[in-house]
Design a protein around this ligand. Structure first.
Ligand SMILES: Cc1cc2nc3c(=O)[nH]c(=O)nc-3n(C[C@H](O)[C@H](O)[C@H](O)COP(=O)(O)OP(=O)(O)OC[C@H]3O[C@@H](n4cnc5c(N)ncnc54)[C@H](O)[C@@H]3O)c2cc1C
Length: 376
């Protein structure tokens, strides 16, 4: 199987790596030039607990593989630590329901996790002012990684294995209905493959539009994620997500905390985004309310970048409609792909052959889909 993977964020790099190492596929990874993508900006929080059962399954599998693999721990700069997830009371988290509208039962916890009540959240972690009915899920063995470090190490390993990483971005792609393959073009040349997977993150809607996919913007949306690293003193919490305020964060080295709040900047252009002061002030206010024992000093690192949000709310392999089953996207992590990428890439790589059309190589070339514009 010849696979062209487009995009070398953490999703594309790991998918290419799985295909080469675990399936012996012939992979071309089109990494393009380095750009400020979501992987470079990522806070890298990893944990097993999630509201959505499928997201939770992938998160738990990823964390388990990370913790048992010395190579992956080293490549990703894994830092083990406690994770605290504060659940809003049932009527306070409508926005956290899964795509089917269902919400994970509150007792669907990973084996190593435990529930903790508001009193313990306050006494041990300094979390205050929670609404009635909020509870915590405490995971002792979670932590954070460097998705950028992981992607770089994976690419270095692919290079060492002799994988094909030509320079240049994907510029155009066409499917051969009869030839049973995909042709693609970069700035530096062109190639063919049995299947092309666009792991192009926030650049995906643009790519889909260029392929003439109607409703491309509904298939994958983009949104800015803004956070920052602060000088911090007082009572520093562990890595946490607080559904009741939206605030999330993690320790970021001695006397440093990374903190952020979700933004509503939908439809943003991919890449780096503007860091907005009023959003940053909202983070300080939320931290002041929820973590009054934490004292925040100046910013040491503002971060704002755009990520891809898919309908499933998780990193997923999805066929591009109208392309003979030869084009897929592998994106849509909705601000959370880093914690899912290990398991999602493993499952996408092992599931890909079964999703290909039966005939992969027949003579004749009839382009059925051709990009008219640059894809990125
Ligand atoms: C600020 C921030 C904080 C985050 N924190 C967390 C967190 O704590 N935990 C967590 O789990 N997740 C977190 N995330 C989410 C997670 O980091 C992202 O979901 C993940 O990195 C997305 O990876 P990706 O490979 O899908 O996309 P990207 O990293 O965006 O990579 C896509 C790549 O495709 C390339 N590309 C696009 N078009 C082309 C083309 N035509 N040809 C070749 N290449 C192309 C781009 O250059 C880019 O390198 C965070 C994200 C952000 C932005």
């Amino acid at each position: 199987m010849r696979v062209c993977v487009v995009g070398a964020g953490v999703a594309g790099a790991l998918l290419a790596w799985r295909l080469v190492v675990e399936h012996g596929a012939r992979v071309t990874l089109l990494a393009g030039a380095a750009r400020p993508d979501a992987t470079a900006a990522s806070g890298g929080l990893v944990r097993a607990f999630e509201r959505d059962p499928e997201v939770a399954r992938l998160a738990a599998l990823s964390l388990a593989e990370l913790r048992t693999s010395r190579t992956l721990r080293e490549w990703s700069g894994y830092r083990s630590g406690t994770s605290l997830y504060v659940l809003a009371p049932p009527d306070g988290y409508a926005g956290c329901a899964g795509p089917d509208g269902r919400v994970a039962p509150p007792d669907a916890l990973p084996p190593s996790a435990e529930r903790c009540d508001a009193r313990r959240l306050a006494d041990e972690f300094g979390v205050r002012g929670l609404p009635e009915g909020a509870v915590g899920v405490l995971e002792p063995h979670a932590g954070h990684i460097s998705p950028d470090g992981l992607r770089r190490a994976v690419i270095a390993d692919l290079v060492a294995r002799g994988a094909d990483l030509p320079s240049g971005r994907l510029r155009a792609v066409s499917c051969d209905e009869q030839g049973g393959g995909v042709r693609y073009r970069t700035g530096a040349g062109h190639g063919t493959a049995d299947v092309l997977v666009a792991a192009t993150g926030a650049w995906t809607p643009r790519l889909l539009r260029s392929l003439g996919v109607t409703a491309a913007d509904e298939a994958v949306r983009t949104k800015v994620i803004q956070c920052a690293v602060y000088r911090a003193g007082g009572l520093l919490p562990p890595a946490f997500v607080d559904e009741t305020s939206g605030l999330y964060g993690r320790p970021a080295g001695p006397g440093r905390m990374l903190l952020g709040l979700p933004t509503e900047r939908w439809g943003a252009e991919p890449g780096a985004a503007r860091f907005l002061d009023h959003e940053e002030r909202a983070v300080r206010r939320a931290a002041g309310r929820r973590l009054p024992g934490l004292s925040l000093g100046g910013l040491t690192r503002p971060v704002a970048a755009v990520d891809a949000y898919g309908p499933a709310g998780r990193l997923a392999l999805t066929p591009v409609p109208g392309t003979s089953g030869r084009l897929f996207t592998f994106t849509g992590g909705s601000g959370g792909s880093a914690k899912l990428a290990l398991a999602a890439s493993r499952e996408a790589a092992s599931g890909l052959p079964a999703r290909l059309p039966p005939h992969t190589s027949r003579p004749g070339h009839v382009p059925i889909t051709t990009t008219r514009r640059e894809t990125s």
